[in-house]
Design a binder for this molecule. Structure first.
Ligand code: SF4
Length: 394
């Protein structure tokens, strides 16, 4: 038994949704299960949406018994779907431990035809980084979502758009609650699974991972997933001002971020998307626009200016349209393609920076639910003793 697997078997039952792809072989081998069984389970789980081990057809009774004692699948369930007056949706999923994760779905129409349909997937419950404009950041960090929970969001969002507007997802953003690159391992595994045509979600060129600029992970993403696109939230190209808006900037120097952007571009051949949230009187002046163009220089980049959505007590306001247009002109004159992301889902608190499920008034409920769940399942150690892992064939 390798020390890595020994570590895994010490923590039974293992959540297959949380088991890194690189550890599947060892885990199944140490349980005495054949590679074909492992393949069947993997496909049932990630390509067939089967999240109940006992219902996985094709497994023989002995294998199913061993696996059901050693593993669980802690999946997410649809809790609520809210529709905005602008046609977007906020999908709330309940996780196995009572936390809520939010997914935003934005269909975009032109001349009566659906142009694209994007889902924005959450990667964490809360966030560690505490950006001043963001409701998620105020929750503090609670936990990372597992690979399976990320893919559950994609799968359930796809079923929502199928039911609601008879289409599939054309684009996917890892951009909802949390900083995706701070949960890199799970994101990377989800992206690897989504490369298979039978997995949920659109193909990689339509998938974008967003970050506040975690430059090491930007390089890892470029190397591991060259087909995936990148969006970086800059919000100010002045290091001091950026620090005030995003305290994490003290550890993320703009020169390091720029180098990582250049690396990503060379590896993938894609332009980076530079996201810039327009906050009145804070980062929306002509000088700020010039700083941004100076920072980008000759970088191959598209810029998205984002309308600020109201977050209570943030003390910020939305930049007026005139100022956004002047800002845009400075960028466009410097040769950058610029989009303006109009606010979607503001009436259902699904707009950029507004997601905060699992926060405030819900916390007490979540705590109670988590206690109930752990009492129902018993501690991992108790469960391992009840099962017969020690008696499984090797
Ligand atoms: Fe976290 Fe992103 Fe919100 Fe900043 S903007 S606090 S990184 S979720």
């Amino acid at each position: 038994m390798t020390s890595q697997t020994h570590h895994l078997l010490q923590k039974l039952p293992v959540d297959l949704y949380r088991l890194p792809l690189g550890e599947w072989d060892t885990f199944f081998r140490e349980l005495g299960l054949k590679p074909e069984t492992q393949k069947q389970v993997f496909e049932a789980l990630y390509h067939g949406d089967e999240t109940d081990i006992m219902s996985m057809t094709g497994l023989d009774a002995r294998d199913r018994d061993i696996l059901s004692r050693a593993a669980v699948i802690q999946c997410a369930h649809k809790q609520e779907l809210k529709r905005s007056g602008d046609g977007s949706y906020r999908l709330t999923l309940r996780l196995h431990d009572g936390y809520l994760a939010e997914t935003v779905i934005i269909p975009e129409w032109k001349d009566g035809k659906l142009r694209k349909c994007t889902a924005s997937i959450s990667s964490q419950i809360g966030c560690f980084f505490g950006c001043s404009f963001c409701a998620t950041g105020r929750m503090g960090f609670h936990r990372n979502l597992s690979t399976g929970e990320l893919l559950d969001q994609v799968r359930i969002a796809e079923s929502v758009v199928r039911d609601e507007i008879r289409t599939g997802l054309s684009h996917l953003y890892f951009m909802g609650m949390g900083e995706p690159m701070h949960n890199y391992r799970a994101i990377s595994d989800a992206l690897a699974i989504m490369r298979d045509k039978n997995a949920p979600g659109p193909p990689p060129p339509q998938i974008t991972v967003s970050t506040v600029g975690l430059f090491r992970q930007i390089r890892m993403l470029a190397a591991d997933h060259p087909g995936v696109r990148l969006a970086v939230s800059i919000h100010s190209a002045d290091q001091r001002k950026r620090y005030e808006i995003m305290p994490v900037s003290s550890r993320l120097g703009l020169p390091d971020i720029r180098e990582a952007l250049v690396f990503h571009q060379r590896q993938t051949g894609y332009p980076s998307t530079i996201q810039y949230l327009m906050m009145k009187g804070i980062n929306d002046g002509t000088e700020d626009a010039r700083n941004l163009t100076a920072f980008l220089g000759d970088l191959y980049a598209n810029i998205t200016l984002i309308m600020y959505n109201d977050v209570p007590d943030a003390g910020m306001q939305r930049t007026g349209l005139d100022r956004i247009q002047s800002f845009r002109t400075v960028l466009a004159d410097a040769g950058f393609p610029v989009d303006i992301r109009w606010c979607y889902g503001e009436d259902i608190e699904a707009g950029c920076g507004q997601l905060k499920a699992g926060c405030e008034q819900d916390q007490a409920t979540h705590r109670e639910e988590r206690i109930k769940v752990s009492m129902r399942h018993g501690s991992p150690i108790e469960k391992a003793h009840r099962g017969s892992i020690s008696g499984t064939p090797r």
